[in-house]
Ligand binder design. Structure first.
Ligand code: FRU
Length: 497
């Protein structure tokens, strides 16, 4: 009976997708190579997993509107993280525990068990005037059709916790037992709670894995913990820490106490549009993270989700990044190499000198979807500052400033496209460095800038139309020596459905 209403709601949502799909043909702001839902609204990546030889992405999805609403789980598979095939919706709101009209099936994760694919997600249900969040399970034999477990919910908020802030389970296996952490808040401080199970159905609360003492906000969304080298990484998207949207901590996880002990911390991305990253391990042994490339209305700088709602869609994922642990326990986030498959029209310039007051034309593909790697020679350069002007027309440009004297960078999109605004800022570590490498991934509606040996990145959406296709390097004073500049056009991915 219960599975029937789930199937019915999935079918209804599929019809809505079919109805809107033709509109995507004329949508001019669609990304060319970043992952998107077929139509409608997308937010967090969910249930990322390499299962039976394929990458599976699930995601927070509203097929009915280009705005957030009752959450479904969209689903797509890929052989290479580049070309995606959209599959039927995996989860739709249908049960008393997950059918709140401003809730539904919230974020969660996936795990393989006994050859089956398990999804663990947060069900949001009505509770009096408010709502309640509980953890639920859905199981699939074939990795396509999911049946919600009849005993759902499998976990409710422990005694003394706020059940309206108890969400986003991330599940994993260790030494033959299952664990998940989820985000919650207590006394207005964020916590990650740890649970343990032997079968993914019966769960026991273990401990508060880690908590904010105020410095890390009042609620953590989408917490994730994973082993990397000889350490564990805890990452989360904190609410209430100003510009910080994605924080990581490196340390040790003590399974006997269920406590995490950090020794280093950092930021995953400083841009305006990088939130709720989730990690998974693939068959090549890589730890990959994927984030939603947008922001929430409660963030201090938030204006809106961009103009794409006019085209009946909203949102994309940032390009997947491989996480690497460095000797000093900081992390690098490196765009996965699969993008090389889409590279075309390589251009290489060596020993380039950009003099003060000049504008070097950064030629890269069609100037809209491209990749570029610049190696700045810090020893030879006399310029204290330089700028990259991206996606320019005569009237608009996104400006990336590098201040070498102050070891700072910032991305200014106040005049980027007549729509977006804000300046994202961060430090860069230049001490004792002779080279500064900058890696750009630019797509129809976004820029991702990696620098500082992949320790620092800024991901920002800009809704620059196709006539904004010029890109420059400019230096206000002094001379900039660029040892090498390599650019590629990036071809479009084929979206099948
Ligand atoms: C994070 C988040 C999650 C929640 C989901 C709802 O972006 O707010 O905490 O599960 O989005 O769509």
């Amino acid at each position: 009976m219960s599975q029937l209403s789930h199937i019915k709601n999935i079918e209804k949502a599929q019809q809505e997708i079919e109805r809107k799909m033709p509109l995507m043909q004329s949508a001019k702001m669609r990304q060319r190579y970043h992952f998107m839902a077929p139509t409608g609204w997308i937010n967090d990546p969910n249930g990322l997993i390499f299962f039976r030889g394929q990458y599976h992405f699930f995601y927070q999805f509203n097929p009915y509107d280009a705005n957030w609403g009752a959450m479904h789980w969209g689903h797509a598979v890929s052989d290479d993280l580049v070309s995606w095939e959209h599959l039927p919706i995996a989860l739709a709101p249908s049960e008393s525990y997950d059918n709140h009209e401003r809730g539904g099936c919230f974020s969660g994760s996936a795990i393989e068990h006994d050859g089956k694919l398990y999804l663990m997600y947060t069900g949001v249900s009505k509770r009096g005037e408010g709502f309640e969040q509980t953890q639920c399970i859905a199981i699939s034999e074939d990795g396509v059709l999911f049946e919600k477990y009849e005993g759902n919910p499998v976990v409710t908020a422990p005694e003394g916790y706020d059940s309206s802030n108890f969400r986003d389970p991330k599940v994993w296996e260790h030494d033959g037992e299952f664990y998940f952490i989820c985000g919650t808040k207590k006394d207005n401080l964020a916590q990650a709670l740890l649970f343990r199970s032997w079968d993914l159905i019966h769960w026991k609360f273990v401990n508060v894995l880690y908590e904010s003492r105020g410095e890390l906000g009042y609620m953590w969304e989408c917490p994730d913990i994973f082993p990397l080298g000889d350490k564990y990484v805890l990452m989360f998207s904190p609410m209430g820490v100003h510009e910080r949207t994605t924080v990581y901590l490196v340390g040790d996880l003590d399974y006997s106490t269920g406590r995490f002990h950090p020794i280093a911390t950092g930021e995953i991305d400083w841009g305006f549009d990088y939130y709720a990253p989730q990690s998974f391990r693939d068959d090549k042994g890589r730890r990959i993270i994927v984030a939603w490339a947008n922001a929430w209305d409660w963030m201090p700088w938030f204006k809106d989700w961009g103009p794409t709602f006019k085209e009946h869609w909203c949102g994309s994922f940032a390009w997947p990044r491989e996480v690497r642990l460095c000797a000093d326990n900081t992390l690098q986030f490196i765009p996965v190499e699969e993008l090389q498959k889409l590279r075309c029209g390589e251009m290489r310039t060596e020993n380039l000198i950009v003099n003060s007051g000049t504008y070097y034309n950064l030629e890269a593909g069609d100037g809209i979807a491209y990749e570029a790697i610049l190696s700045i020679n810090l020893t030879e350069s006399t310029a204290d500052r330089f700028e990259l002007w991206l996606r320019c027309s005569d009237t608009h440009k996104a400006v990336v400033h590098f201040d070498l004297a102050k070891s700072m960078m910032w991305v200014d999109r106040d005049n980027a496209d007549g729509w977006s605004n804000g300046v994202s800022r961060s430090a860069i570590r230049l001490k004792d460095k002779s080279t500064l490498q900058i890696h750009l991934l630019v797509d129809q509606s976004s820029v991702e800038i990696f620098t500082d040996d992949y320790h620092t990145s800024h991901s920002c959406n800009i809704f620059a139309g196709s006539s904004q296709n010029m890109n420059y390097i400019t230096v206000p004073a002094g001379t900039l020596y660029i040892d090498s500049l390599i650019t590629w056009g990036i071809g479009s991915t084929s979206e099948r459905s």
